[in-house]
Design a protein around this ligand. Structure first.
Ligand code: UGB
Length: 598
């Protein structure tokens, strides 16, 4: 009581609220006034932050936690009463007429889009000490994920302005959700690289706050083990992105500026922008309020399945069901074999890759009702089967893909499914864990993430008529991977398959050991025979025709063991470095027409 005199009226209100919510243990150890007064005030400042950054405040957090903890203790199945079926969506085949039409529609819509990258996670599973968006997407050019994302958005912006008559000068907004773990390093990466060519005003960082940890089934808030004037906090999950966007006011600004789409994506999927134009085209053509990008999924593969759930009482929703829940749900609802492949050799349920395209108008309408709050879950690790105490504190979590859970059944929720090689190659697992992945399943490591870029670019060139050799098999960090020709192009060279087709011609061939780097908008590859390394750079106003026979010793992959601490971390985690033995390198820095024909 005496301590109340130290506090401001707002802080007193917060303290009372905590006492009413059964949190008196937070104050029990407080000494007399005069001792640790600054710490006591700092504690209430933290409480104020936790209260302000959760929709409905701490009262709501504690109440929801009690409900979810009770459900968890009772073993309640969140899908009780629901029967899964395969929802309707668009199945795309790379490079066919349909795909090309959707890509064109997507590029047209690009100028009406805003991009949101969720990058608050540290990626503990990857075992990398930096922020994941600073990792090189591949080691041929060393471009980092953030640079690649920004250049892809800028390429879409340019392409969209060109395609739409009077396309104007609209800049595509780019939001990055950060957390205390990633915020300052993300800002530093942007600032020290001149925002990779974006206008600083185009980029907004929104920092998510952590949420309070819970010690028991009564949702008693946990004290920080290192400071008994702080509540222990942990990340709440990427679902926070919705409430942050809502409270930022950006959505209304975007709507007033005429935008129509918000595209959400994750930190380390180097293939995403190859799949994105067509998917945006699907959203626009099919008028999807929610469009989830998806890939072919093998039954029981460890990615969620997108399913339509129909409740006995008539409710329906189209939602991601995590892989560990899909199989039991199917078995419990009249599919005795559970999650099995159909005649295509894949599960009929599309695999969720967690890249979402939301239509802005209905999104704002929904968030106005929910304030961006997303259905949460709790995952306590119990000490024993009585489920009465936890091994360590837990907290509520939420996922951005659970957004459709509160939508009415009339909402148009669909998906766009593509080949995995085109759309999905995340970098999530450390070398040791990746090496243990059963054969045939994806490693999702820095090694496989890089190899996927070479494969996708090689396959795209093949589809455009270039003769690209079959890959070689190599083992890096205990993972056997296909090594395709190392073909890399900047997004301004080609964003869509139509771009690729329009920039290669004649009879071209690329040997397996070759490296081809194309960095410039107007580079045309015609009748090129490449067996070695070729690097072409050009400025905007230079048009360069590249052809003839290029042969040299090229660039070679040298194994590096992940335990070799003399190598930089980003090299170690992929298990190789590139030795640039010999190359033909040409830069065209002046406007004009040029021809490279060695
Ligand atoms: N992230 C945040 O921004 N804030 C957070 O609090 C947490 C994460 P992970 P995970 O694509 O394979 C997701 O850790 O567990 C960002 C989907 O939920 O990589 O693999 C973080 O920076 C899952 O359904 O997520 O699971 C990163 O950009 C499945 O689709 C992103 O959120 C899976 O991804 C994802 O974080 C997948």
């Amino acid at each position: 009581q005496k301590n109340l005199l130290l506090l401001s009226p707002d802080q007193i209100e917060l303290a009372k609220m905590l006492l009413e919510m059964g949190q008196s243990h937070l104050f029990e150890h407080w000494p007399e006034p005069g001792v640790d007064d600054d710490e006591k005030k700092a504690f209430l400042n933290q409480v104020a932050l936790l209260d302000a950054s959760y929709p409905g405040g701490l009262v709501s957090y504690i109440k929801t936690a009690r409900e979810l903890l009770a459900d968890s203790k009772a073993g309640k199945n969140p899908f009780d009463g629901f029967t899964p079926s395969v929802p309707s969506g668009e199945l795309l085949t790379f490079g066919d007429d349909n795909f090309i039409q959707f890509e064109e529609a997507g590029v047209r819509e690009g100028r009406n889009a805003a991009f949101v990258l969720v990058a608050g996670g540290l990626g503990e599973r990857l075992g990398y000490n930096g922020i994941k968006v600073a990792l090189p997407i591949e080691s041929t050019t060393g471009t980092c994920f953030l640079q690649h994302y920004i250049e892809s958005i800028l390429a879409l912006q340019d392409a969209s302005r060109k395609i739409v008559e009077g396309g104007g000068q609209r800049q595509i907004p780019f939001v990055i959700m950060t957390s205390d773990d990633t915020h300052s390093r993300t800002l530093e990466l942007l600032e020290s690289n001149a925002y990779f060519g974006m206008l600083p005003s185009q980029v907004k960082l929104l920092k998510q706050e952590k949420v309070a940890c819970l010690d028991d089934n009564d949702a008693r808030l946990a004290m920080d083990p290192h400071n008994n004037y702080r509540i222990q906090t942990k990340p709440h999950g990427h679902g926070d992105v919705h409430s942050l966007l809502y409270s930022s006011g950006l959505l209304n600004i975007w709507r007033d500026a005429g935008l129509r789409w918000v595209l959400f994506f994750q930190d380390t999927n180097g293939l995403l922008f190859k799949a994105l134009p067509a998917s945006l085209g699907v959203s626009a053509t099919n008028q999807y309020q929610v469009n989830s990008l998806a890939v072919h999924r093998k039954a029981k593969e460890a990615i969620g399945g997108i399913a339509k759930l129909t409740h006995a009482d008539g409710r329906t929703m189209v939602i991601n069901v995590e892989y560990n829940q899909l199989d039991p749900l199917l078995r419990a609802t009249g599919f005795p074999d559970g999650d099995v492949n159909c005649e295509t050799g894949y599960s009929p349920f599309p695999g969720n890759i967690n890249q979402l395209i939301l239509e802005l108008g209905p999104y704002i309408e929904e968030l106005t009702k929910t304030r961006g709050a997303i259905k949460e879950f709790v995952n306590p690790k119990y000490k024993d089967s009585t489920k009465s105490s936890f091994k360590s504190s837990t907290r509520l979590e939420c996922m951005m893909q659970d957004y459709p859970k509160t939508l009415p059944p009339t909402a148009r929720v669909g998906f766009t499914q593509m080949d995995t090689w085109l759309a999905y190659a995340p970098v999530k697992n450390n070398p040791e864990d990746a090496a243990k992945v059963p054969k045939g399943n994806p490693y999702h490591s820095a090694t496989s993430g890089e190899m996927a870029i070479y494969r996708a670019n090689s396959l795209m060139l093949r589809k455009a008529g270039v003769k690209v050799d079959d890959p070689a098999l190599r083992v890096f960090n205990g993972q056997e991977v296909e090594v395709w020709s190392q073909v890399i192009w900047s997004p301004k060279w080609a964003l869509t398959f139509a771009d690729v087709r329009s920039k290669v011609g004649g009879s071209c061939s690329i040997s397996q050991k070759s490296t081809l780097v194309i960095n410039g908008r107007n580079i045309f590859v015609e009748d090129l025979s490449l067996d070695g390394a070729l690097v072409i750079d050009s400025v905007e106003d230079a048009a360069v025709k590249v052809g003839g026979s290029v042969q040299n010793k090229g660039w070679v992959f040298e194994n590096v063991d992940y335990k070799d601490t003399s190598a930089p971390e980003e090299v170690r985690i992929r298990g190789f470095r590139i030795n640039r033995v010999e190359q033909l390198e040409k830069s065209y820095n002046e406007p004009g027409n040029f021809c490279l024909e060695p």
